[in-house]
Design a protein around this ligand. Structure first.
Ligand SMILES: *Cc1c(COP(=O)(O)O)cnc(C)c1O
Length: 426
């Protein structure tokens, strides 16, 4: 069951007077409550720290809100590092998990005191050279378990993934780091995306505990932390259920005792870098029906398109459609007239569809529709193909008002990188 919308049709209409559709709106209160639930589930681990994956929703207002809840930033590019710095996340409040990394990004991460999470064994030398012959005191390596771990449907098999060190390479790398004077160590892996099976996350942490114990013994180091990555899934479809964070927390706590503490490794901190499950369910794409077209099929054409939310076109992803003029029934679809249709945008690409062959509550041109679960990897994936401009982002605050946290792009933004007569006046 999709949870009810945190706003009414009337509220949306009043916001739309100032901020024309389409726009994304994020529910601050729900994001905070969810952040607190995550922290509570891992409170058993004294050093627990979530690093919000900036790529999921790279808006400093959201990052600042999450920082107030104690979350750091997981960055993988220079602009993401700059965003983290701007909201006050510096030092070990930044996890820099990048791949195919240029020198200047390592330099910026080092200058900020970020935790550098290496993607490859050759990056150790590259990092040292990039930093003029030194290394940070703390380093982390990204592990690719290869055939040891079956990947999930989205990421695929780990051995086919471009990320991380092989198991053998890890032993060599930690020994080299130790020899070069690195003092503190972390181990990271991320083998799933949008995973809805809690046991998968628990098993991943267990594998990391086992590996930490083995590397510690063979290389003669102890670990500061493990970072279990992101990848906790969210229930996009009405029949899917939310990940039981409490159960994941308890399962990892049990593995921590039996696979780490019982084997003599000292306490270590548990880190994660989730994005989707932090903001995903609490962001909505609000759009208006422009046209209804009846040819061989019925098409509901919106004023949003895949530049506002690309996941359906990219992955065939399901995003629930609510029609708020029906109140809660516009989400549950109970006792409302339905229409069978494709819900489309206006981009000249036939996969610019938010829903295909879906029954949605009946709409007419001018009605508002809401696409659920657009709070992560939604606006962030926006692009300008076909000269479609990226939409505004609003924050629904605890007092019920909305704040503009990113304005919509204008034609001037679109032409900003061009210098051509006739395009300067916009
Ligand atoms: C994408 C990504 C994340 C966040 O993944 P979610 O599915 O949004 O939780 C975390 N870490 C790394 C390295 C990533 O690439």
């Amino acid at each position: 069951m999709k949870k009810p919308l945190p706003f009414t049709n009337e509220q949306l209409e009043s916001w739309a007077k100032t901020y024309p559709t389409p726009f994304h709106v994020y529910d601050a209160k729900a994001i905070r409550e969810n952040a607190r639930r995550l922290k509570a589930a891992f409170a058993w681990n004294k050093g627990f720290h979530e690093y919000f994956a900036v790529k999921a929703a790279p808006n400093p207002h959201l990052m600042a809100l999450l920082r107030e809840e104690g979350f750091g930033s997981d960055c993988s590019s220079l602009p993401e590092l700059v965003l983290a710095e701007a909201v006050g996340n510096v030092g070990e409040s930044i996890m820099f998990t990048s791949n195919d990394t240029p020198a200047e990004e390592f330099q910026k991460a080092y200058a900020l005191g970020a935790i550098i999470n290496l993607d490859d064994i050759t990056h150790l030398d590259f990092l040292e050279k990039s930093l003029g012959g030194k290394l940070p005191e703390l380093l982390c390596c990204r592990w690719n378990p290869g055939p040891l771990k079956g990947g999930n449907a989205i990421i695929g098999k780990p051995e086919e993934a471009k990320y991380g060190f092989t198991t053998d390479q890890l032993y060599t790398a930690y020994a080299q780091m130790k020899a070069k004077g690195v003092k503190r160590f972390g181990l990271h892996t991320m083998v799933a995306s949008n995973e809805l099976d809690p046991q998968y996350i628990i098993d991943t942490a267990t594998l990391l505990f086992d590996l930490v114990v083995d590397i510690s013994q063979k290389v003669g180091i102890t670990f500061d932390f493990i970072n279990i990555g992101g990848g906790i899934g969210i229930p996009y479809k009405p029949d899917q259920v939310e990940q039981p964070l409490e159960k994941i927390g308890a399962g990892i706590a049990a593995a921590y005792e039996s696979h780490l503490k019982a084997k003599g490794h000292p306490d270590l901190k548990l880190y994660m870098e989730c994005g989707r499950c932090i903001t995903g369910p609490y962001g909505y794409l609000v759009s208006r029906v422009r046209h209804i077209k009846r040819t061989y099929k019925t098409y509901v054409g919106l004023d949003a398109c895949m530049s506002n939310l690309m996941r359906p076109a990219l992955y065939g992803a399901y995003h629930h459609v609510s029609v708020p003029k029906y109140g809660e029934k516009g989400t549950t679809y109970a006792d409302v007239p339905l229409m069978h249709c494709d819900v489309t945008g206006s981009l000249c690409e036939n996969n610019d569809k938010f829903a295909v062959d879906r029954d949605i509550p009946e709409v007419t041109p001018g009605d508002l529709v809401v696409l659920h679960d657009a709070g992560a990897h939604g606006h962030a994936m926006g692009f300008q193909y076909n000269a479609k401009l990226r939409s505004a982002e609003l924050l629904l605050q605890e007092d019920g008002s909305v704040k503009l946290i990113r304005r919509a792009e204008t034609m001037a933004d679109y032409f900003a990188t061009l210098d051509f007569p006739g395009l300067r006046t916009f």
